[in-house]
Design a protein around this ligand. Structure first.
Ligand code: NAD
Length: 347
């Protein structure tokens, strides 16, 4: 049984779990899933890509405050102080830089935050005797795979400095687990997170022109962008457009709870895909978002982009057997929740 402890000001009871980057898109949804599962999330964030108001939103959803530690994962003195003041059962490490294009222009920033941030965290965990870590990895570690659906045994390689940081982080964790049974790591390779919490109070808030399909569609639906560019309509897929494995962010949040439970019950580490195994095409997503917002959305065909593969879909069977985790929510639910979030929060 893990120690249960409360620092002054914490209101959610249960085993304390540190969420680095917990105010961000996936971290904030995971805070909800954890609290609903009886854990006490503690959010650590420097707000470089999130707003402090997320904490108020979490309190509105959960009815109790969520503890916050404001600071940077690269600041070891800060980390040590946080671990002194709380007794954590485990850590979920979301904090990272994540824009692939930016990583090409600023590789050192990406290595510093994503890799040095991870080693700073691991050093602090080791010193504090905290041995369980769930790590945010990505399908990007499979490069441009030619096996569908993609199993965890597919070759891993990188196509960007961002992907390099995820690959290097995974390799570090795997080597540490081999070297020392003290550690238990849950590596989750997310496919395409999409959607928002059903309340419409938290969601994805990209700066500028979004890189991902759903936030882009949201801006088209709001009239902030004129149309969707569909890159390639001659792929060998049923409607010719690219197929991706969109996973509802609340399903993804619940995958973290499953991973955590697996680590905490002593079942050991794992590296698993988190996806639906189904896949939806760009045109299917366009139609679904149109249903959510109540009108057909404008789009224009364009040429394929370099490096885009026809289909990128997870084999979710290992997560089903090891974590007992399966996605439950549909593409329509992703689009409806996204639309609720953007209409409640635009302007
Ligand atoms: N969103 C996706 O499509 C996707 C896909 C695969 C993997 N991932 C990974 O999942 C994780 C979470 O992604 P997200 O979409 O929620 O991103 P996000 O940017 O919304 O969240 C990351 C959070 O980390 C915080 N942060 C960044 N650097 C920090 C630092 N040095 N110290 C403290 N806090 C810091 C940011 O302020 C932000 O709140 C990341 O590791 C990302 O690489 C995301």
């Amino acid at each position: 049984m893990l120690a249960r402890s409360q620092a002054k000001g914490d209101a959610v009871s249960g085993d304390k779990i540190l969420l680095t980057g917990g105010a961000g898109y996936i971290g904030s949804h995971t805070a909800v899933a954890l609290a609903e599962a009886g854990y006490a999330p503690v959010v650590l964030d420097n707000f470089s890509n999130a707003k402090p108001s997320v904490l108020e939103r979490l309190e509105m959803i959960l009815g109790v405050p969520v503890a916050l530690e404001r600071g940077d994962i690269l600041d070891r003195a800060f980390l040590a102080d946080v671990f002194t003041r709380h007794e954590f059962g485990a850590v979920i490490h979301f904090a990272a830089r994540k824009a692939v294009g930016e990583s090409v222009a600023r590789p050192m920033d990406y290595f510093e935050t994503n890799c040095c941030g991870l080693t700073a965290l691991l050093r602090t965990m080791e010193a504090s005797g905290v041995r369980n870590l769930v790590f945010s990895s990505s399908a990007t570690v499979y490069g441009e795979p030619d096996v569908f659906p993609v199993p965890e045994t597919a070759p891993r390689w990188h196509t960007s400095p961002y992907a390099m940081t995820k690959l290097a982080s995974e390799d570090l964790l795997l080597a540490m687990a081999d070297a020392d049974p003290f550690w238990a790591f849950g590596i989750l390779r997310y496919f395409n997170p999409a959607g928002a919490h059903e309340s419409g109070l938290i969601g994805e808030e990209p700066d500028g022109i979004p890189n991902n399909l759903m936030p882009y569609l949201a801006k088209v639906a709001l009239g902030e962008l004129p149309h969707l560019n569909v890159f390639g309509d001659d792929f060998p897929t049923p409607d010719g457009t690219g197929v991706r494995d969109f996973v509802h962010v609340m399903d993804l949040a619940e995958a973290h709870v499953s991973s955590l439970r697996t680590l905490l019950d002593g079942s050991g580490g794992h590296a698993v895909n988190i996806g639906t195994g189904e896949g939806s095409s760009v045109m299917q997503m366009l139609a679904s978002y149109g249903r959510a917002c109540g009108r057909d959305l404008p789009w224009k065909p364009g040429p394929r982009r370099a490096g885009d593969v026809a289909k990128l879909v997870a084999d979710p069977s290992l997560a089903a057997s090891v974590l007992k985790f399966r996605t439950r929510r549909t593409l329509d639910e992703m689009c409806e929740s996204s639309w609720r979030w953007v209409t409640r929060n635009s302007r």
